[in-house]
Design a protein around this ligand. Structure first.
Ligand SMILES: Cc1cc2nc3c(=O)[nH]c(=O)nc-3n(C[C@H](O)[C@H](O)[C@H](O)COP(=O)(O)OP(=O)(O)OC[C@H]3O[C@@H](n4cnc5c(N)ncnc54)[C@H](O)[C@@H]3O)c2cc1C
Length: 135
């Protein structure tokens, strides 16, 4: 069972005047996490995974601290509105005709799942768009 925070514009990457990078983060969405965990626990007997069969070496329940940040995304979001996004829906910069960005930065927000397949699928989608554009 995995849960993630909801999007919060204050949870972000910051670059200081000295060039140092810091991550600003305040956790949220805890009630949803607790309800999901309670739901899973309530279903264990039906699944043949009774409570007493879940010692710590089988049930790895913990929060990943900020040092474990691995799904950075959303720094160059895509969208229709240049006021709220850097890229258009084809991942081209709104203001530049020859700049496309296809890494995880195009995400509007974190997806609460592993992101690589979405990054790859989007790169293939944008590749098809570029082929059509260059034809
Ligand atoms: C420990 C860990 C475990 C993870 N496990 C999973 C997992 O199981 N499943 C999953 O889906 N995702 C996982 N992720 C997340 C996933 O790896 C990343 O979200 C994904 O690789 C991001 O892809 P990207 O193309 O945006 O950036 P990256 O893969 O980081 O690619 C950026 C590339 O740009 C290059 N680069 C940077 N600066 C420059 C420059 N100035 N000039 C030229 N090149 C430059 C870098 O060398 C790098 O090759 C994990 C991440 C971490 C850290």
């Amino acid at each position: 069972m995995t849960s993630e925070d909801l999007p919060d514009p204050n949870n972000r990457v910051l670059v200081g005047k000295d060039g140092n990078i810091t991550l600003a983060y305040t956790e949220n969405n805890l009630e949803a996490h607790q309800r999901l965990a309670a739901k899973l626990k309530s279903m264990l007997n039906h699944l043949g995974c009774e409570d007493h069969l879940l010692p710590t070496h089988l049930y790895f329940g913990k929060k990943i601290p900020i040092a474990g940040t691995a799904h950075q995304c959303g720094t160059v979001r895509f969208g229709h509105d240049p006021k709220t996004s850097v890229l258009d829906v084809n991942c081209k910069a709104h203001d530049l005709d020859n700049l496309y960005v296809v890494d995880a930065s195009f995400f509007v927000s974190s997806s609460a799942v592993n992101p690589s397949l979405t990054i790859i699928a989007n790169a293939l989608r944008v590749g098809d768009h570029l082929l059509a554009r260059l034809a």
